[in-house]
Design a binder for this molecule. Structure first.
Ligand code: FVH
Length: 296
């Protein structure tokens, strides 16, 4: 293992980080900058060189990195790579925080797997991209789920790269909410892509249109609270039917405009179809919300 060349504050907890991709590197840099003794390991060792120059200790094997300290943070490509990398390490007595994107079931299985090996386990979902790491004003955060006391024990260290938000004792909850939030993001990306396609062939300045888009999407974002209210307290069926009927009646305008602009409607038709189905159910006296209609 390379020596630690950077002075660290004695009160800063040591961190071991496995995985130095774009995100792992950003995480390591944030802990180093905050004065945490940081041990890193990556399958491709060259990716550790820049961090070593910044004061990180580099370990020759994942097992050696795990042995270096009590807190082991994992940020690898997927759950399969997590299993491969941790397979040869002694996890007894370690606190493992896995920030690799996983399914909820993978997170639950990985928690049980780690606990069988004597570790405490937190799963995490990173709601940030690498440039947001270590930049508090960027608004990034990480969702954590697993034992509350484990989260509290490491909260100060975990809050260094991005805000630390506890999502519940079920180890699958961080992954579930991570995937839910990212799914909403992809819905937004789909809408933005369709919107740009509609104006693409016209004399519309993309930068100016981007300003219109961000303003509009920001203004509409509170719809999430309205839907939450409906899911919690139930909606006013009369009002909802009127609103939905108006929107369904308007869909030909959207589809005709797409056709006129030579744009495939493939990104918007699934949502229009769900609205149509929801209205049909309500008119058949079987009222269900759009969210519940998606549940099989
Ligand atoms: N980057 C982002 O914007 C997103 C933000 C939200 C959270 N994700 C998740 O973070 C995990 C890591 O993402 P990343 O951006 O660091 O990913 P890469 O740059 O592709 O680095 C992948 C690292 O995983 C190592 N690796 C892959 N397979 C194996 C394996 N079989 N054994 C050991 N290591 C493996 C890879 O090593 P190498 O290719 O350099 O040798 C990198 O260290 C991810 O779950 C995102 O969903 C990031």
């Amino acid at each position: 293992m390379t020596p630690d060349t950077k002075p660290h504050s004695p009160e800063k907890a040591p961190v071991t980080l496995l995985g130095l991709g774009a995100m792992g590197t950003a995480l390591a840099r944030a802990w180093l900058a905050a004065g945490h003794p940081t041990t890193v390991w990556n399958r491709t060792p060259a990716r550790a060189a820049a961090l070593a120059a910044e004061g990180a200790r580099t370990a020759g094997t994942a097992a050696a990195a795990v042995a270096a300290g009590p807190l082991v943070v994992v940020c690898l490509l997927d759950d399969v790579s997590v299993g491969e990398v941790l397979a040869g390490a002694d996890l007894a007595g370690k606190d493992v925080v896995n920030l690799t994107t996983s399914t909820p079931d993978q997170a639950r299985d990985r928690a049980a797997w780690a606990e069988e090996r004597g570790a405490r386990y937190l799963d995490g979902g990173i709601m940030a991209i690498p440039p947001m790491i270590g930049v508090p004003e960027a608004g990034g955060y990480v969702l954590y789920s697993g034992p509350r006391d484990l989260f509290d024990d490491h909260r100060a260290t975990l809050a260094v790269p991005a805000g630390a938000t506890y999502a519940g004792a079920d180890p699958g909850f961080a992954a579930l909410q991570d995937v839910a939030l990212l799914s909403a993001m992809y819905g937004m990306f789909a809408g933005v892509t369709h919107a740009f396609a509609l104006v693409r062939r016209e004399d519309v300045d993309p930068a100016e249109f981007a300003g219109l888009l961000t303003g509009w999407l920001t203004a509409m974002a509170p719809v999430a609270h309205r839907i939450a209210g409906e899911l919690t307290t139930g909606a006013d069926p009369e009002e909802e039917v009127a609103g939905l009927a108006m929107q369904v009646a308007g869909t030909p305008t959207f589809l005709d405009t797409a056709r006129g602009q030579g744009v495939s409607p493939e990104l918007v038709t699934p949502y229009f179809e769900l609205m149509r189905r929801c209205l049909a159910e309500r008119e058949a006296n079987n009222p269900q919300g759009m969210v519940d209609l998606l549940l099989r």
